[in-house]
Design a protein around this ligand. Structure first.
Ligand code: NDP
Length: 444
């Protein structure tokens, strides 16, 4: 059995029930084969064995009282995966589906993503099975404060800097940060995604969605295509989806569908983003309310149907494993030209294979959605400098970072004989920097 197979086998033995983590590890290890086989030094230093085992995993109880006075208990966790190239960095997710396997898959991916940005940040992720939907602001605040009563011990501006993810936006970051400050008396840049009045960065809200479009523009641009006039389908209607839609529309695309976890809307005239923003950001409503205001649009229950809508470019921006083999085949049959992952691992391994075998340009999330964490790192820089850059300044830096990430993925893929395979390119480019730093720092 080869090195990669032995490592994967041992991950399966130890983490058999963590299916999303196993999926992420398999995808990364398989695509690292060319670089691992060429460089025996990685096996000598047990780099893969060390990468697949987090530095530490912290799991804790979060008790809080609901508005009726009843005590509720949730489970929360922070997985600090690897800090070879900088302090741990990665979002917090609040969703009922959260478990250790999901947080580990996200933290593992984050190592390579953060390395790809070229900025000094390591990989981590955290979250809780708390569901913010339907909770009052006061309930969300009490939950966030209780979570921070434990988590403040493990984070810090040079230790671990969390951010948002599914279910964690400006409101939750504000409550986390406020409680951290109360407990430590420190006004540290310990979270990113903060509000603009207390240390946040302009463009952070837009960064992941805008960055996705910048990456995809580069990728399709090299094939002589662009967003102008393209038909685009975007899943989700949260932070990433909203700003991907905004930038795609600015570049002349016609976005015809968006969704949430209940269903999707199809508007053949083109999604009216102001209506979506008013529903989802303005009043935390449901995407089906779109048809109340735009009666010519259609609403369909269920998530996967969105991929049956013919499009040139598909941008999955909701959650993991939304595009399986079957959905990928339908997209290909309907003539999709490019797929850009805004979410983390939204395409299954089988779905990815379908795109690659059919010549569809495929941008993996760890590269194409790295805009969010990139601007988070720029927020950390601004906090350290006690400065605030303008929207245009941050947007320009974001654009340059995404172009560089694209070029690094493209060049790494070509160097190892996998032209246009951006999955291989992203994993190798992200891996090489981390592995080199780990070897240089010795065993720790
Ligand atoms: P939000 O919470 O703002 O939005 C998530 C969207 O996805 C909502 O429309 C939500 O619908 C939908 N959704 C959530 N869970 C599911 C599910 N199980 N099935 C179907 N739809 C679902 O999160 P973000 O936009 O921040 O994150 C979206 C994705 O992007 C995630 O994979 C995240 O890890 C990734 N990402 C986010 C970054 C960021 O900066 N925010 C950075 C990099 C990656 P509903 O309203 O019904 O819950």
């Amino acid at each position: 059995m080869g090195y990669i197979e032995r490592v994967y086998d041992s991950v399966v033995q130890k983490n058999g029930e963590q299916k999303e983590f196993l999926q992420a590890v398999k995808e990364v290890l398989d695509s690292l084969r060319p670089v691992i086989e060429k460089n025996p030094v990685y096996e000598q230093h047990a780099i893969l064995e060390r990468l697949v085992e987090p530095d530490r995993q912290i799991i804790f109880r979060v008790p809080w009282t609901d508005d009726s006075g009843k005590v509720q208990v949730n489970r929360a966790m922070r997985v600090q995966f690897n800090n070879a190239v900088g302090p741990y960095k990665g979002g917090m997710r609040l969703h009922p589906s959260v478990n250790l396997g999901i947080i580990k898959f996200l933290g593992f991916e984050q190592i390579f993503k953060n390395s790809l940005t070229g900025l000094p940040i390591g990989g981590a992720k955290g979250g809780s099975d708390f569901d913010p939907h339907g909770k009052s602001d006061a309930e969300v605040m009490r939950f966030c404060q209780s979570l921070m009563n434990e988590m403040y011990k493990y984070v810090g501006p040079d230790v671990d800097v969390p951010a948002g993810d599914i279910g964690v936006g400006a409101r939750e970051i504000g409550y986390f940060f406020g409680q951290y400050k109360k407990l430590t008396d420190n006004y540290h840049g310990v979270f990113t995604g903060k509000g603009l009045t207390y240390g946040g960065s302009l463009t952070r809200t837009e960064a992941t969605g805008f960055g996705l479009i910048y990456f995809v523009s580069e990728m399709i641009g090299e094939k002589g295509r662009n967003f102008d006039g393209a038909t685009v389908v975007i899943s989700g209607s949260g932070n990433v989806a909203t700003f991907a839609c905004q930038k795609a529309q600015e570049l002349g695309a016609k976005v015809v569908a968006m969704s949430d976890s209940n269903g999707y809307v199809y508007d053949k005239e083109g999604i009216k983003l102001d209506v979506v923003k008013e529903i989802k950001i303005g009043r935390r409503g449901r995407i089906k309310e779109y048809v109340d205001q735009v009666p010519s649009a259609e609403y369909h229950e269920g998530c996967s149907g969105i991929w049956t809508i013919p499009c040139d470019i598909a941008l999955p921006c909701a959650t993991q494993n939304e595009i399986d083999e079957e959905s990928a085949k339908i997209l290909v049959k309907n003539g999709v030209f490019a797929v850009g992952e805004g979410a983390n691992m939204p395409t299954t391994i089988e779905g990815t294979k379908v795109f690659q075998e059919n010549g569809v340009l495929f941008a993996p999330g760890k590269a194409s959605n790295a805009g969010g964490v990139s601007v988070s790192a720029l927020e950390m820089s601004q906090n350290s400098l006690r400065l605030s850059w303008t929207f245009e300044e941050v947007d320009e830096r974001l654009h340059n970072i995404m172009v560089n990430i694209y070029k690094n993925c493209r060049d790494a893929a070509e160097k190892y004989g996998y032209k246009d395979n951006f999955v291989v390119g992203a994993n190798i480019a992200g891996f090489e920097k981390v592995a080199t730093a780990m070897i240089a720092q010795g065993l720790y």
